[in-house]
Structures are given as C-alpha cells and as structure tokens.
Design a protein around this ligand. Structure first.
Ligand SMILES: NC(=O)c1ccc[n+]([C@@H]2O[C@H](COP(=O)([O-])OP(=O)(O)OC[C@H]3O[C@@H](n4cnc5c(N)ncnc54)[C@H](OP(=O)(O)O)[C@@H]3O)[C@@H](O)[C@H]2O)c1
Length: 261
C-alpha cells in the first residue's frame, strides 16, 4: 500500500486500551509502525506504544480530545512530524454514553457527533491531504486507507444509546461519501463489531450469555475485529463498504442494547 522505501505507519485512535489496543498490537505484529492515540489514558497509551515497539521497529503515543476541533486537526500533522509519513488511520476511539428518546438532547448528540463522526472525517481528510502531498512530491504510488469502527447495532436497531447510534450511522454514511471523494488515493472501509468486550454495566456471567447470543453461537473477539481491520487496511480492492464482524448478531433482533438486557 505504501511506498516501498519506508515502513508503513498507522494512526490508531483510542488505542490505549480495549479494542483499540488489540488493533494496535495486531498491526504492530504485522510490521506496521503504530501511532497510539489516547485522550485521558496516558499510562495505558505509553504501555500500548511500548508493547507495539517490542513487535515492530517503533511506536509513539499522541494525545487529543476529539471534542476539540483544533486538537483533531493538529493530530495527523504531529504523527507525520514524528514518523515522516502516515499510510493509514483506524478510527476506533468512541464516546459511548447512554441516552434514549426520553433523555435525548442537543448536548448529548453534539458531543457524540464531534467525537464519533466529525473527528474520524477530519482524520480521513487529513490523511488524504498528506497522501496527495506525497504524490505531488514524486511518490507516484502513494496510497492510504481509513478504517472506521462501526457497530452491528446499525443493522439491528433499538432505541438505547440514541446519540451514540446516530453518530455511528452518520459515520457509516460518511464512509460511503469519503470512499467516493478520496479515491483513488485513499480507501475507506467500515468494520462493525458485535458485542466484543464487556462494560461496567454487565456482570461477567451476563456478558458470557449475551456474547453467545448470535447465529454462530459466539459474537466477535478482539482478535476477530483486529484481523478484520488488518485485512481492510491491506486489501487493495476494498472501499466504500463495511465488514460486519459479529457472529451474525446483526441478523437477529434485540429490543434493547446489550448493556441493558
Ligand atoms: N467493545 C465492543 O464490544 C464494541 C462493540 C461494537 C462496536 N464497538 C466499536 O469499536 C470501537 C472500540 O470499542 P471500545 O469498546 O474499545 O471503545 P471504548 O473503550 O468505549 O473507547 C475507546 C477509547 O475512546 C477514547 N475516547 C472516547 N471519547 C473520546 C474523545 N472525546 N476524544 C478522544 N478519545 C476519546 C477513550 O480514550 P481514553 O481512555 O484515552 O480517554 C477510550 O479509551 C468503538 O468505535 C466502538 O464503537 C465496540
């Protein structure tokens, strides 16, 4: 995907912990240099970057609050300044705060849209500008890729986490528009996990029951999601579509969000 004269570099957002960390480690194991983005989990980000660096040549961590447009706009240039160039962005960072149709309001929607929609779109825009500038500087085959983490619940809706769901639905639509607009230099692919990791709202026993609730008898693991992200980044033909990695949960109907079942 990238110019053969330099190692491939990927920015993974929200990579200090949980799914973002698994994605970062899987990419590092595949030879990618990883820029680990975080907002507040600095020590976890340092640990993730160190673990990535043990797998590949180098890694570094970068903070940015995605509710702050200037911080988002500044992020990719900081990564480019550190690594020299960037080939891919994985938009995994996400705000996930509960609201429903009774509690919904502008404030909740706005902060979910900033973090979960506007920031990923700005990072895709920044990657495209960077790749185009590399091409203009003589790197004729400069290419980039963006992976947006979505959610199986877009295909299996319920009225919990309304603002989160709207922000991810907008990101899914943005993926189509960006795939058209950023071609041929940058591909844009969605990866939609099912229930993968537990939350503070679920006991371990309840999580295990819900994880098994899928046509395949098991939803996604962090490893499943990370390998789908790696595949999407490395397959040169895929753009403007979404890989649902969820054990088929999107084929079922759930009346409530998993965390409230
Ligand atoms: N986990 C699942 O089962 C599941 C299921 C379906 C879809 N997904 C999707 O997969 C992705 C990863 O899931 P996850 O469970 O690992 O996510 P998560 O733990 O809920 O959040 C990941 C990180 O996002 C960062 N973040 C939140 N708000 C931010 C902001 N305003 N600015 C910058 N960073 C912010 C946080 O970083 P700091 O800790 O540094 O503050 C957090 O650690 C998400 O996009 C999610 O929607 C996950």
């Amino acid at each position: 995907m990238s110019h053969p004269s330099h190692p491939r570099t990927v920015l993974v957002t929200g990579a200090a912990k949980r799914l973002g960390r698994s994605i970062a480690l899987a990419l590092a194991a595949g030879g990618w240099q990883v820029a680990v983005h975080y907002r507040s989990s600095e020590q976890d980000a340092i640990d993730t970057a160190a673990a990535c660096a043990r797998l590949t040549s180098t890694s570094a961590h970068f903070d940015a609050d995605f509710e702050d447009e200037a911080a988002v706009r500044g992020l990719l240039p900081r990564v480019v300044a550190h690594f020299g160039s960037v080939d891919a962005v994985v938009n995994s960072a996400s705000l996930f705060e509960h609201d429903n149709t009774a509690t919904f309001g502008f404030a909740a929607l706005e902060k979910h849209l900033r973090s979960n929609t506007a920031a990923p779109v700005l990072l895709a825009q920044a990657l495209h500008q960077h790749v185009a500038s590399r091409a203009a500087a003589g790197e004729a085959d400069a290419q980039g890729a963006v992976v947006n983490l979505l959610d199986q619940k877009l295909w299996n809706q319920n009225p919990d986490f309304v603002s989160y769901t709207l922000s991810k639905a907008a990101l899914e639509a943005a993926g189509t528009m960006l795939a058209i607009a950023l071609a041929p230099r940058v591909r844009v692919v969605g990866v939609a996990p099912g229930l993968t990791l537990t939350s503070h709202m679920l006991s371990d026993e309840k999580f295990a029951q819900l994880h098994a609730l899928s046509p395949l008898g098991r939803s996604s693991t962090a490893g499943d999601v990370a390998s789908a992200v790696k595949f999407a980044l490395e397959n040169r033909s895929i753009t403007g579509t979404t890989l649902l990695v969820d054990g088929g949960q999107h084929l079922m109907k759930f009346d409530r969000d998993f965390s409230l079942m």
